[in-house]
Design a protein around this ligand. Sequence first.
Ligand code: HEC
Length: 348
Amino acid sequence: MMRANIRAGAGSAAAAFTLAAALLTMAAPAVRAHEASHHAPGAAAASGGKDAAPSARTSRNRYGANYFPNVELTTHLGTKVRLYDDLLKGKSVAINVMFTDCKDVCPLETAMLGEVQKILGERVGKDIFFYSLSIDPERDTPQVLKAYAEKFGAGPGWLFLTGKMEDIKLVTQKLGLLRAREAETRDGHSAVLVVGDEPSGQWTRKHALDNPRFLAAMLGTFFGWRDEQPQPSYAQARPMEYQNGQYLFQSRCSACHSVGQGQGDKVGPDLRDVTTRRERAWLTRYIQFPDRVLAARDPIATALFEKFRVRMPNLELSRDEVAAVISYLESRSSDLRVQANKRPLPAR
Ligand code: HEC
């Protein structure tokens, strides 16, 4: 119910020209139009954008202390922080909304951010801060968020935040994180990452389910990080054909699952040999409707959930897509078996 409230509230609060509005005017094309990453909505554009001297930019920055409510939030570590003073002021940030009980794509979003964090390494917590704001703050106590953050391997520089419902509502409105219809997920939050540099007042939005390598490279471009390793181009980052099982696996599953190669379990179980471990009918149904299978108290799904404590999301795959991803898992597992057999036997 709470989430329904947030949505209704967001709908009626479209009054003033806010950062939210500024971000939304560019949202339709920009959420997917990656070239737009330099676009600076609102203030930054008006003040001369990237080329203006920092002091000039700062003084004319509309998205500063007067814009952001300095509400008190609590981190997953139990620390009280102020939105503007502690989280935004003087920092580069990437912010999304989530809630731990999500049965939809938000765990994928969190897992993708986890991959971006790995790629950016030490920059996170130094050059950029990640904030994941719970829109279900009553359920998502600091303790619940802490367990979730650990599950997704959130390191220092990535805070999960909770607070008073009304404050969260205000913050998400100001950030334009609730009204992006085109990117809205079934439970009413948007799979969007709002990215900003508070000192220069430059803000933009990215689709949070983009390829993590590509997202990381875009952040580097947006913030003008110089000493970057040359990043593979977008074309290289996606060599696989659309719709094929490998592509689906890489884009929708690999943030949470590995297939062999000694990586062990990530957020979810390693899927090597899952096609022999489970019956085909079960596997097909589970990959397509994990939420329903779990809700029906299927014993395997229940045991897995008890072990992993993160819900396998319903990714809305079609039957064909499920079949494609299963045949990818099958061929990958059999390749690994062949490789294992080819390994030279140890000398006696
Ligand atoms: C956000 C993380 C996440 C994503 C994304 C995800 N999964 Fe999962 N998956 C899990 C978790 C966690 C489990 C363990 C069950 C649970 O906790 O609900 C699981 C369980 C499974 C299982 C059962 C494994 C077994 O041992 O029987 C299969 C099969 C599976 N996932 C396939 C997929 C496929 C295919 C995709 C992509 C289309 C995918 N998953 C995407 C997290 C994820």
